[in-house]
Design a protein around this ligand. Sequence first.
Ligand SMILES: [Zn+2]
Length: 220
Amino acid sequence: MLILLLFGPPGCGKGTQAAFLAERFHIPAISTGEMFRAERQAGTELGKLASEIMSKGGLVGDEIVDAMVASRISRPDCAGGFLLDGYPRTVPQAIAFSGLLQQRGLPSPVVIHLDVADDLLVARLTARRQCPRCKRIYNLLSQPPKVAGHCDDDGAALIAREDDREPVIRQRLRAYHELTGPILEWYGSSAVHRVDGGRAPDQVSRAIERVVVEAEKAAR
Ligand SMILES: [Zn+2]
């Protein structure tokens, strides 16, 4: 039984690593967004409650999110373990999750913190460009267009989206640190496995894989 929690700032490649871990360890990667959509589609009471709150522009409270996680990890595909991405999002959620695991006799989670310097994330994210016509995304550092400034597919002039401008990114990073810092502190530095996420994606994957394999050995 392998329970993984993945934390990392916007732009750190967390989605890529979640997909890698899911495949490598044969566990589902569960993001809160998918969980909400699944509950809504299944028409459960929790799903109805959550969509009602969100349709009014409200934030879904800890209790509902905790209940959704409890329900999701009861499904058969989680019997061998699971990865959570985007949860816990607050310290009270972390406390509730810890209580849930204890109550069900499940092992402590392996907490992975993908650490990337803010300046590197800003450099990566401000290098993003989009084609206004076909919406294709480029990155001047990692996936530049063949002709500078123009879409490979239709030749349209590429633009930087408002979301990819530095002040917006800095604000998102501040919000991330304010939210995630206390959660990582709550788990404690000895429980949190810090992985340098500033390297190439496959190197980051290898580093995380080593952390998980070691943690599994230690738990036996
Ligand atoms: Zn295009």
